[in-house]
Design a protein around this ligand. Structure first.
Ligand code: ADP
Ligand code: MG
Length: 387
């Protein structure tokens, strides 16, 4: 007798989570088809999901104290995104945008999947450059992929998160954050080629080397949808066009002399940051593999100088965080994330963490800046089902 093929019981409830990330090196290279080297951190966004039988999706979050909940029919998502996204409160566009992007990516009829209630809780600092946005997207994508039985792999879930952020939220960001949040591993970084999405897991070895990665959140808020981010992207596109390449990824450090002759000073410096930063990512991965994490300090320092002087996305608080950490003995330090605020990172000997922390706090107090939030992070596991 052949066994009957009974379908697995439908998943009607569960909890999923996805982490924030720190970018070790490779800033503003992702949307230039280049290289990045982030790792997932132990701070996570969780979503509790239960299904409902009326074909609706509701989202609520502790972040907005349960207020600003949104409840709509799954069949409405298509009409709302992207043109009418402004009708949805901004935070809810992240999870609702992911639901929309997943249905689109798989060609799934929204009437064919169960409705869902999604409740979010998070310990990822918001707007600090640790990618709370990728965490909420990754948690949502993982949960819906399982409950709706979509069968997408982690890269496809990362793509859906990016599409949500770009088109449903309206933030023109690259795919680094979502890939780090989906693919993170304990004690390892994700070396990512943003053109091919080829990802390699690279051991970081911080703990065996006696090192800690310190995050210095300056509390200066950045916003992706406004400010200089769009201008920097435009400068990169202009630079690639002048050089006749598809993306700045296609240039080498040796091409910079010619670039300087062909473009205005500002565009050239934007281009120089991206081209040298791509090289620093490659160097950081090679150096880690050959000489361990202590040897990458100089690359972190050089990355910061390039963002400060060439890309001009630092702020005085970030420069002070980097300079004071280094003066107190950090192996290397740089601002991380999109810039204009957010956090810096410093690679610090375990025993020096209290001294570096105190030195940065003292420097901020002397400068009259608001007290920074300083904490260590550990390379951690990516998105997962928890219960
Ligand atoms: P970052 O990703 O650096 O933290 P972003 O501006 O990219 O900063 O994303 C932050 C936005 O993401 C928040 O303003 C909010 O709209 C949304 N968000 C992030 N986490 C949550 C959460 N747990 N609940 C609700 N919204 C969230
Ligand atoms: Mg973000």
């Amino acid at each position: 007798m052949t066994p009957t093929n009974s379908a697995p019981p439908a998943l009607t409830a569960g909890t999923w989570s996805a982490p924030g990330r720190v970018n070790l090196i490779g800033e503003h290279t992702d949307y230039n088809d280049g290289f990045v080297f982030p790792f997932a951190i132990e701070y996570r966004t969780s979503v509790a999901l239960t299904t409902r039988d009326d074909g609706r999706i509701s989202v609520r979050s502790a972040f907005t104290h349960g207020e600003d909940a949104v409840d709509l029919a799954l069949t409405e998502l298509d009409a709302i995104f992207p043109e009418r996204r402004d009708e949805i409160v901004e935070w809810a566009r992240y999870p609702l945008g992911v639901a929309w992007a997943l249905l689109q990516a798989t060609g799934t009829d929204p009437a064919s999947v169960p409705g869902v209630d999604l409740t979010f809780a998070s310990d990822v600092p918001v707007g600090a450059g640790l990618s709370s946005s990728a965490a909420i997207e990754g948690a949502t994508a993982s949960a819906l992929n399982d409950v709706w039985g979509l069968g997408l792999d982690r890269v496809a879930l990362a793509r859906a998160g990016r599409r949500a952020e770009n088109e449903a939220v309206g933030a023109p960001t690259g795919i680094m954050d979502q890939m780090a949040s989906m693919l993170g591993r304990v004690d390892a970084g994700i070396f990512l080629d943003c053109r091919t999405l080829d990802a390699q897991v690279v051991d970081l070895g911080f703990a065996p080397a006696g090192l800690e990665l310190l995050v210095i959140d300056t509390k200066v808020k950045h916003a992706h949808s406004t400010g200089g981010y769009g201008e920097r992207r435009a400068a990169c596109e202009r630079g690639a066009e002048i050089m006749g390449v598809a993306a700045l990824r296609d240039l080498e450090v040796d091409d910079l002399a010619r670039a300087q002759e062909l473009m205005d000073d500002v565009t050239f410096r934007r281009v120089r940051h991206v081209v040298t930063e791509d090289q620093r990512v490659l160097d950081a991965v090679a150096t880690l593999r050959s000489d361990g994490p202590r040897a990458i300090g100089g690359l972190l320092d050089a990355s910061h100088a390039s963002m400060r002087d060439d890309f001009e996305i630092s702020v005085p608080e970030l420069d002070l965080a980097v300079d004071s950490a280094r003066a107190a003995g950090a192996v290397g330090a740089r601002m991380t994330g999109g810039g204009f605020g957010g956090a810096a990172i410093a690679l610090v000997d375990h025993e020096l963490v209290p001294a570096v922390t105190a030195a940065v706090e003292a420097a901020f107090a002397t400068a009259g800046f608001a007290a920074p939030h300083i904490f260590t992070v550990n390379p951690s596991e990516g998105a997962r089902r928890d219960a």
